[in-house]
Design a protein around this ligand. Sequence first.
Ligand SMILES: Cc1cc2nc3c(=O)[nH]c(=O)nc-3n(C[C@H](O)[C@H](O)[C@H](O)COP(=O)(O)OP(=O)(O)OC[C@H]3O[C@@H](n4cnc5c(N)ncnc54)[C@H](O)[C@@H]3O)c2cc1C
Length: 509
Amino acid sequence: MIKNIVIVGGGTAGWMTASALARHLPEACDITLVESEQIAKVGVGEATIPVIRQFNAALGIDEKEFMSRTNATFKLGIRFENWARKGDAYNHAFGFFGRPINDISFHHFWLSINQSEKDAWIHDFNVPSVASDLNRYAHRQYNDEQMGSRYFYAFQFDAHLYADYLSEWAQQKGVTRKEGIVNEVSTNPENGFITGLTLDNGEVISGDLFIDCSGFRGLLINQTLGIDFLDWSHWLPCNRAWAVSSAYPSRDAEIPPYTRAKALTAGWQWRIPLQNRTGDGNVFSNNFISEDEGLSQLLENIEGDAINEPRLLKFTTGKRDKLWHKNCVAIGLSGGFLEPLESTSIALIQGAIMLLLKHFPDNNFDPIREQEFNRRMTQKYEESRDFLILHYHATERDDTEFWNYCRTMSVPDEVKFRIELFKKTGFVSHNQSDLFIEHNWLAVLFGQRIIPENYDPRIERFASQEIKELLQVMKQETRDAVTAMPIHNETLKNYCAGDLISNFEQAKR
Ligand SMILES: Cc1cc2nc3c(=O)[nH]c(=O)nc-3n(C[C@H](O)[C@H](O)[C@H](O)COP(=O)(O)OP(=O)(O)OC[C@H]3O[C@@H](n4cnc5c(N)ncnc54)[C@H](O)[C@@H]3O)c2cc1C
């Protein structure tokens, strides 16, 4: 039985890991987390995807309290602007398109209607997409039976406050926090396992299992154990981000229930609305524009006044060859980073924690557990990477060198296959365990203007008039469901944000 677990790093990854281990492992395990106030966290991970709710629920976190402590808003998806063509806009919303009939996905029915006879775009049958367009949000739990409740939600929150919140939670559950810089890492000369850490104050912390949550530097997995990084930047070339926070223009400004991703000349700009401010950032490649140009673009595209100094973050998209090696597991940025276009990082942290718990080692460290963990994590990273590549590659844009590169670059075979399959048949290939499943791929494939040539052959059993009538009903049901929703600000105020106004005043200061 593993007794002593040591986590290095107190960013989102470190505190999520500490909380989950404290919640799920036997009380006899000692969990120590080392962090240093002198080494800044990244802390810009503000947008999430719906799986985070399972993580919070498993900890038993009260959603209203968590939302008000982290200035969180509800997120129904991401609005992509200028991606396939300049002037385009579509939502990747967390919900289904229409309703399946006889086990046939709705979009096949929509595809079967002649282009000239279609009176609605596919996204008009997606409740969270239409709700996003109108800034509406109703706090409904998913219900497969009701058209108006076939959607999921996630959050947009202040990542620093989330780490603080979990830090408090984990320490209440018995996690020991140590403040200090890890200066030295010792290993067993016989088997290379990590044995302990020495802090700058001379304290030595020994352990059985070490979790590396030290961020991009990968203090244990890379600097100590020498595990290489697989660089994927030839497929995802963005490698810089300028991040800043900006104020809402007024107390009653509408807070959208979505993250905005607006494509620019050499990357894209995010706008993430929180209760009291927005988080903004320009993600770009410095092979195509300079850092100064990246900063100017960011400031030109923010809507309110900047309320702090813009911060430059440098990164390379990719992952470690192995996230688990000997008695060290890398979770968070130390294990890999996919640029934030689809808000996957926190979900990958969660995925790694859940897999580690499932394959939790004993002191024998049977390599089969390590192998399975690494195999599954590689799948998760690659599936998410492929989904991101789709956004860049399936574009018609030829107005800048960056977009020409993305449009014409060679992509992994799996991406080619998925695009080709959809184009030729209308079917989406995915596994149920993927982070992104059919409706996620459909939103982006259609949004990037890929329209299939064919549809499910079983549709031929339906008369075209019958299909048109079904579509009319579903379009109306979608509209009715959204019309009945309050605006997002209203839901927030009533649910979790007694402090919306004072938070706003504070952010202004
Ligand atoms: C531009 C950008 C935008 C992003 N946007 C999103 C998003 O919208 N959604 C999302 O899910 N994710 C996003 N992410 C990713 C997200 O920020 C990270 O996944 C998340 O913050 C986890 O970071 P971390 O805890 O691994 O590392 P960090 O936040 O870097 O934390 C590292 C910790 O290690 C400690 N440390 C390091 N070295 C030592 C040492 N020697 N001794 C002691 N302590 C040490 C530091 O003090 C710190 O506490 C984004 C990332 C970037 C770069």
